[in-house]
Design a protein around this ligand. Sequence first.
Ligand SMILES: [Zn+2]
Length: 361
Amino acid sequence: MTHGAGYREELVCPRCGYRTRTLPSLWRCPSCGYPLQLTSLREGTSRIQGPFYRMGEGESPLVVFRKAGSTTLVYSLEHLNPTGSFKDLGTSAVVGDMVAKGARRGVVDSSGNSAISFSYYMASAGLEAHVVVPRDAPKGKLGLIRASGAHVHLVDSREEASREAERLATRGYYYAGHTLNPHFIRGVASRFRRVIRGLDPCRGLTLLAPLSSGTLVLGAQYAARSLENELSCRPRVSIWGILPSCNLSTEYQEGVENIIRLDRGDGGCSMLDALRIGRPPRMYEVLEALRGGGLVVVDDSVVENAWRRALGMGFIVEPSSSVVVEAASRAGEFGWTRVLAVLTGSGLKYVDSLPGAGRGI
Ligand SMILES: [Zn+2]
């Protein structure tokens, strides 16, 4: 079902202020190249507007743990969305936008949870999904994408996948890639607006979420901002991104005030595959979102205990979500008293490497 037809979109460049109502190639600012943002999100209007294609996403349970010493931990079980990841929150808005604009064919350049989400939402909406992926993409996830009926385009590298998606975008395919398409962040923000509002953010809230391209922390930040005009007090939400050590660039080290190191420094990041990306295209906004919060840096040496801990609590999550559980379990140590911990991806896509499954850790 789509909702919100009649909505008119305006885009603004967060970096240089360029504004437009015309959709540029790959959602990038024609003036400086930075990915454009929806003006409604950027300026924090009290409602998050726009069409959605709904498949029941955004209704995942919240589980509350109260620990000795007055710490409250709230887990948001986003791995229980229809295709097993928080990506459904964003896809719902992206496909909603496609339906509203009458677009029939869409393309993404990703092989992970976002491509799975896109493929199945597109199938449900009766639209044509094209997924451009490197040949060495994980076979299990590729199988899931193919089973949806999506068209899979195999290329030689991640860089070539981006170029091919861009080529298709210039031929009239709707570009749905979650790192650039701002509607994705609108969908995430819509969910977290409701979650954050329900947790009385005026009392202070620490939000913990995995950080790769930054769409989740940006959704959370815009959600918190949208509540400022609505609540009688100022919401205090500190956003902490959980970052694999392999992604800890100089830009992060210089641009983020608070950095907690849980990694050993030489532990590697192969278990955190879902979080491995280069520089986030929306880095400017990501650094903004982490102001007042910060980064928790992790690596494979953390994942070994973290995954067992998460599974032991009953959360069948992927390794990249288990590190959120690990950081949340140490809330007292870091002075966090009210924590919203976001579990992002299902462990059911990792059944062959679960601890005790015969392979993996
Ligand atoms: Zn610009």
